[in-house]
Design a protein around this ligand. Structure first.
Ligand SMILES: NC(=O)c1ccc[n+]([C@@H]2O[C@H](COP(=O)([O-])OP(=O)(O)OC[C@H]3O[C@@H](n4cnc5c(N)ncnc54)[C@H](OP(=O)(O)O)[C@@H]3O)[C@@H](O)[C@H]2O)c1
Length: 290
């Protein structure tokens, strides 16, 4: 387990609850987080050396920020066994594939890029919990050269944690996540930062109520992690942000014109989509909304 924070720590805990691991070795930079992880029983032992961590391992899970992926791959590449499966939890998949290619010379057949669609705004092993992946989706983005046995083992690992595993292409994953996760995080970070920098922000925050709290919860997320996600997915996210700012310009103009009919149309369409999503009916298609 390289990176024993929210994502890595929760996976280790879930695998222990499922009874499918013999020994979990943690790896990271700070002794304090790893000592805590051992104390909590999340890992059995730890090392700061990725090469030592992967020696003799059946499965290596990498859950470090995206900016540390390439150096992690480089640090382990000469120490993996022939049968060792490597997978990761990084939020962007295109950059992980590029980093793997840079470190290994080609994407190893036993590397299965993955992304659990689960998380909270908290970080570190203290924030981890074994139920994080229960009934949550995990997207795997295997490449044509990915070994089917490695894919099968990673699939079964996530299923043992209660997750629903799906597969899709790398670029498709990054486009979908730009819309559903990365854009909303940009809105939350951007809104809070804009308000902080406004005059009288003390008063703005004093009177901020439930809606503000709900909407901005994710602006408490780890800044380093989000810096790395934005840079790693800059193309798809940039396109989403441009499209969204065009939509906001339309909304601003509709408000300026006091066009109540158009406002109602926008809000009713959004409410219908959101209610349906919360009801758990799954995907909302464009035709559903028309
Ligand atoms: N949080 C979410 O909601 C979420 C959801 C899905 C996927 N992800 C992805 O999962 C990964 C981990 O996120 P997280 O939320 O678990 O973050 P986290 O709680 O901050 O944990 C990251 C861990 O990585 C270690 N780390 C950081 N930099 C490192 C480096 N250069 N070398 C080795 N270890 C390093 C940290 O320990 P030290 O500082 O002690 O090294 C820390 O324990 C990220 O790639 C993220 O994109 C996150």
């Amino acid at each position: 387990m390289i990176g024993v924070g929210l994502i890595g720590g929760s996976l280790a805990r879930a695998l222990r609850v499922a009874g499918v691991v013999d020994e979990v070795i943690g790896c990271g930079r700070s002794a304090a987080n790893l000592e805590k992880a051992a104390e909590l029983g999340v890992i059995d032992r730890f090392t700061h050396d990725p090469a030592e961590a992967v020696r003799g391992a059946d499965m290596v899970f990498i859950a470090v920020p995206l900016g540390a992926m390439e150096q992690t791959f480089s640090a382990i590449k000469d120490y993996l066994g022939d049968a060792t499966v490597v997978t990761d939890g990084g939020s962007v998949k295109g950059s992980v594939v590029v980093d793997a290619r840079a470190a290994f010379g080609k994407v190893p057949t036993r590397l299965v890029p993955g992304h659990p669609i689960a998380g909270t705004e908290r970080s570190g092993v203290d924030a981890s919990f074994p139920e994080l992946y229960q009934n949550r989706r995990v997207i795997l983005t295997p490449l044509p050269e990915t070994d089917s046995d490695a894919l099968d083992r990673v699939t079964r690992m996530w299923q043992s944690c209660g997750a629903q595993v799906t597969s899709m292409g790398v670029a498709h994953h990054d486009e979908i996540l730009a819309a559903t996760s990365h854009l909303p995080h940009m809105l939350a970070f951007g809104l809070v930062d804009a308000l902080v920098r406004m005059r009288k922000n003390d008063e703005i925050f004093r009177y901020a109520a439930g809606g503000f709290r709900d909407f901005t919860r994710i602006a408490s997320s780890n800044p380093v992690m989000w810096r790395d996600i934005c840079i790693a997915n800059r193309e798809a996210l940039g396109e989403m942000l441009r499209g969204f700012s065009d939509e906001m310009a339309v909304l601003a103009e509709t408000i300026r014109r006091a066009d109540g009919d158009h406002l109602l149309e926008i809000f009713q369409r959004a409410k219908k989509a959101r209610d349906r999503y919360v009801d758990g009916l799954g995907a909302v298609s464009k035709t559903d909304l028309e």
